[in-house]
Design a protein around this ligand. Structure first.
Ligand SMILES: CC(C)(COP(=O)(O)OP(=O)(O)OC[C@H]1O[C@@H](n2cnc3c(N)ncnc32)[C@H](O)[C@@H]1OP(=O)(O)O)[C@@H](O)C(=O)NCCC(=O)NCCS
Length: 182
């Protein structure tokens, strides 16, 4: 068992003052080639417009440690078709300096709680199979692997697979997932 004391993490809704930190952390995630098929770095104006454009069903949350924003996550529309309104995709990004310390878990727990309050039935995501921290995080929260899209993206001249995962928020009979990371 790891007895290392964890630094308290606070998760709260994002605001305009968080834009520099959100942009910094996102650009690290893009550059690391572990998290996303996005390849172009973003600037603060782009992230500000993105934040302003979110509706109340698609919140952006930030994680703070010692007064610094070290990560962010959000609920994204899965599809504009009304039949999909109970499904949300999500994103979670932790700054390099803070990874492996429970921040991703705190953000995902808060996103799952927010999704429940907003009436979603399911969370889904697509991740790279070689994203070990992400795979462990999603497994801990009870996400079920739906399947693998083979050679789904071309990243720096190489094909990459993506793993599609889901979590039913009212209790996932197949995985027994509680969606609380316990
Ligand atoms: C993936 C990510 C969000 C996880 O957040 P985190 O704060 O680092 O994760 P946590 O500390 O909560 O730990 C998650 C699990 O991964 C493990 N882990 C952390 N870093 C790891 C690493 N480098 N390699 C392997 N496992 C790792 C932890 O031990 C933990 O395992 P457990 O749940 O079995 O105890 C974060 O690493 C990150 O932002 N990475 C870059 C962006 C990204 O990949 N986003 C997800 C896109 S799908």
């Amino acid at each position: 068992m790891d007895d290392t004391p964890r630094i308290p993490t606070t998760v709260r809704p994002a605001q305009d003052a968080d834009i520099p930190a959100i942009t910094r952390v996102y650009n690290q995630g893009i550059a690391d080639r572990l998290a996303t098929l996005e390849t172009e770095p973003r600037d603060e104006d782009e992230r500000r417009a993105w934040l302003l454009g979110r509706g109340e069903r698609h919140p952006v949350l930030v994680a703070e440690r010692g007064g610094e924003v070290v990560g962010w996550g959000c609920l994204n529309p899965f599809s504009p078709r009304p039949a999909y309104r109970f499904v949300a995709d999500f994103s979670v990004y932790v700054g390099r300096e803070a990874r492996g310390g429970g921040v991703g878990g705190a953000l995902l727990a808060a996103l799952i709680a927010a999704a429940g309050r907003l009436g979603y039935h399911k969370l889904v995501l697509a991740a790279f199979p070689f994203n070990e921290a992400g795979m462990r995080l999603y497994a801990r929260f009870g996400f079920r692997e739906v399947g693998v899209y083979r050679e789904q993206g071309m990243l720096d001249g190489r094909w990459v697979d993506t793993v599609v995962m889901e979590l039913l928020l009212d209790g996932d009979g197949e995985t027994g997932g509680r969606g609380d990371g316990k």
